[in-house]
Design a protein around this ligand. Structure first.
Ligand code: SF4
Length: 458
């Protein structure tokens, strides 16, 4: 069995499963957020009754993160609906925007978009917050009401996005009926070269198979090249499995996975026991591709979908209006470190926005010094508009006052986010080019799409 089949077999209480089998799977964690949480709660109440209790109050994790820093009253109200539900159910893990469990959330636009407006429990973007807060464990099944839930496959678990109806059912029962996906194997070999990042791996792969090339399939990333990838790198790759239509993305378990998971579960007091899965010798794949990491170059997915692959160096004639670094995919500490490495001591020539995925990342950037300056200050000195209000921000467009949202037609934006269908970051007539944080930085310095290797310090 493949890694995905082994996890699903175990979660279904069976000795083995095969691609195409329909099995009832036990969930380890159900995650929801402010956009889908209220709808999921509505389904749960409608189907299980107004007085029903969730199947396990320790396994439903609620993380507001999407439309938070906006004056839009309906969006603010969504956070309040989550808080009411948490109180009603006694849910253990709720990463609220405010500290008062009886309060209500109102963003104050008068304080501007840059200074933090959240309390001490807020955790930022759900997919980055889940591992940071110790909710991702090898061998487990994670369902989330968000398509990029697949990011947690970096931790050797089966993680997939589900709709509100399915999530309402999981909330009440802890189970879901799933068809076991076929598995595509991507064998990563060698090491990435300077200026090339994990984002380039996944943009290369999606370019190879197309933005629907893995529809309802598991994408298994293995091979000796995995050892050279940090957990942040693996998260970036697994995150974008859905951009090829994948049901899930998954990595093998190794010492790096163990170190991360053990540190985070211990720090946050979450469950520390887990059982990783190892691949069998007789795994069966529907497709196999070898990716030679040494040969990859800075890669861009052009408008209008993540499969429009080109090399950054082929696109130098494309003039840009804006650059953006942020999101679960591209707003991690390591992403900002690479962003800053290219920008350090220079000045951007187009509007450039930086949105860390989580408050912990804000803290990292404001407390890591390079030669007396923090990374945060280096980015601000370079002209980047850095906000402390960690969250999804303009990755998903959002209400019109969302920080970094593209509100004018025709703008071209290079972005470290994960999705670029028309209107994704705001105006339907804008164009988004997906790239690594290093490529975004180099492009922000020149105002056109630029291969970061042209600008990297020796
Ligand atoms: S940062 Fe973007 S991709 Fe990630 S959860 Fe938020 S909206 Fe979705």
């Amino acid at each position: 069995m493949t890694l995905t089949e082994k996890i699903l077999a175990r979660a279904a209480g069976k000795a083995s499963v095969r691609a195409g089998d329909n099995v009832w799977v036990n969930a380890d964690i159900l995650m929801t957020h402010d956009v889908c949480g209220p709808g999921t709660i509505g389904v749960f109440h409608r189907e299980f009754g107004r007085d029903a209790k969730v199947w396990d109050r320790d396994r439903v994790v609620i993380i507001p993160d999407h439309y938070i820093f906006t004056a839009d009253s309906k969006s603010n109200r969504n956070v309040d609906i989550l808080r009411d539900f948490v109180r009603e159910q006694g849910i253990t893990y709720f990463y609220d925007v405010i500290d008062d469990p009886n309060g209500s959330w109102r963003f104050d636009p008068g304080r501007g978009p840059l200074k933090r407006q959240y309390g001490s429990q807020y955790a930022g973007v759900c997919h980055t917050a889940l591992p940071q807060k110790g909710h991702t464990r090898p061998g487990e099944v994670l369902f989330g009401t968000d398509s990029h839930t697949c990011m947690a496959g970096a931790f050797n678990e089966f993680a997939t996005g589900i709709g509100n109806t399915d999530a309402g059912f999981v909330m009440g029962t802890g189970k879901l009926l799933l068809k076991v996906p076929e598995t595509m194997r991507f064998r990563l070999e060698g090491r990435l070269q300077p200026g090339v990042m994990a984002k380039d791996i996944i943009l290369h792969i999606i370019g190879e198979i197309g933005f629907d090339g893995a529809t309802y399939r598991a994408m298994q990333f293995d091979g000796d090249g995995v050892a050279g990838l940090s957990m942040d790198d693996r998260m970036t790759v697994a995150n974008m499995a859905i951009e090829a239509g994948g049901k899930n993305g998954i990595f093998p378990f190794d010492a790096r996975t163990a170190e991360y998971v053990e540190a985070r579960t211990k720090l946050n007091g979450t469950r520390q026991t887990y059982e990783p899965v190892e691949p069998d010798r007789d795994q069966k794949f529907i497709y196999e591709l070898v990716v030679e990491l040494d040969k990859l170059e800075p890669t861009v997915a052009c408008h209008p979908d993540p499969g429009q692959r080109k090399k950054a160096k082929e696109l130098s004639s494309i003039r840009l209006d804006r650059a953006y670094v942020g999101s679960c995919t591209g707003g991690k500490t390591s992403d900002f470190v690479e962003f800053a490495r290219v920008l350090r001591g220079k000045r951007v020539v187009i509007d450039t926005f930086g949105v860390p995925a989580t408050p912990e990342i804000v803290h990292d950037l404001q407390n890591t010094r390079w030669g007396g300056r923090t990374i945060w200050d280096i980015l601000v000195d370079a002209g980047v508009r850095m906000t402390e209000n960690a969250g999804c921000a303009a990755c998903l467009g959002g209400p019109v006052d969302t920080f970094g949202r593209i509100n004018q037609p025709g703008l071209k934006c290079i972005s470290a986010t994960n999705r670029n269908f028309p209107g994704r970051m705001g105006d339907k007539e804008s164009q988004v080019f997906l790239a690594s944080p290093a490529t975004v930085a180099a492009s922000a310095l020149t105002g056109r799409i630029t291969d970061p290797r042209e600008l990297l310090p020796a």
